[in-house]
Design a protein around this ligand. Structure first.
Ligand code: SF4
Ligand code: SF4
Ligand code: FES
Length: 247
């Protein structure tokens, strides 16, 4: 008997429709990843029970764990479907959309709240580009290495899916906090440091972190999120106590 891969997908036709599970079976090939399985199902969307259905929807782009858009919950853990190899997964493989973001359809979620948080914390360096600024200020090598780690964030949302404090829009979350650290450590980015700290000091700010440390374990890019939270917590406390002296 030829080998097969059994895949169960949690589906939803639109944001208001009820969720349902559908089961599929496809022929096994070596080196299949979850996205190749979904593509195979899309070619012939018939369930294991022989019922014709609609092709499943999901997001994908880079196919090399760089863009983060293909993130979904695979066998209970949020991860990128392009890098999840069938040979390393227990079967049936269960695919669900991330639960902390609005579900648009099937495995597609709307992650705009993460990008809104980046806007709120001013996660960029202001430069008007109209004149020659000369060489940038030199940075300590250790700081460069720390900043490099934060710069690898691909806004995938795994840390928010794992965080017990993040639910809806009640907490700005570890990903935005790490980006505050990235831009506040930059010599030019530090010009907007106070604005970033104030964005972390609201009701849904950094003090909502319960220090469960799930985020750092869930991050596929090994970003030192708990270090960023510790450092920014310290910075916001100092800013809260003495920031008014600078005004
Ligand atoms: S340490 Fe815990 S509570 Fe804080 S952001 Fe990470 S997972 Fe959430
Ligand atoms: S910090 Fe890590 S887990 Fe969170 S969004 Fe960025 S890459 Fe994903
Ligand atoms: S498609 Fe870009 S990370 Fe998977």
């Amino acid at each position: 008997m030829s080998k097969t891969v059994e895949i169960h997908i949690k589906r939803r036709d639109n944001p208001d429709a009820p969720a349902r599970w559908e089961e599929f079976e496809i022929p096994y090939r070596k080196n299949l990843n979850v996205i190749s399985c979904l593509m195979e199902i899309r070619k012939n969307p018939v369930t294991r029970q022989g019922k014709q259905t609609t092709p499943p929807s999901w997001d994908m782009n880079c196919l090399e764990q760089v863009c983060g858009i293909c993130t979904m919950v695979i066998n209970g853990r949020a991860r990128q479907s392009c890098s999840a190899l069938v040979d390393n997964l227990d079967q049936p493989i269960k695919l669900e959309p991330m639960s902390k973001f609005p579900n648009v359809r099937d495995l597609v979620v709307d992650r705009s709240q993460m990008f809104d948080h980046l806007k709120r914390v001013h996660a960029w360096v202001e430069l008007d580009g109209s004149h020659d600024l000369g060489p940038g200020p030199r940075m300590d090598q250790e700081d460069v290495m720390e900043r490099y780690a934060y710069s690898r964030c691909m806004t995938c949302g795994c840390c928010l899916e794992a965080c017990p404090q993040y639910d809806g829009d009640n907490y700005i979350g570890p990903q935005a906090i790490a980006q505050v650290r990235l831009f506040n450590m930059h010599p030019s980015g530090a010009m907007d440091r106070e604005e970033r700290l104030e964005a972390l000091m609201g009701d849904d700010g950094i003090t909502n972190c319960g220090n469960a440390q799930n985020c750092v374990k869930a991050c596929p890019m090994n970003i030192p999120l708990t270090r960023a939270i510790y450092e920014e917590n310290r910075e916001t406390v100092v800013h809260g106590l003495f920031g008014w002296l600078k005004k």
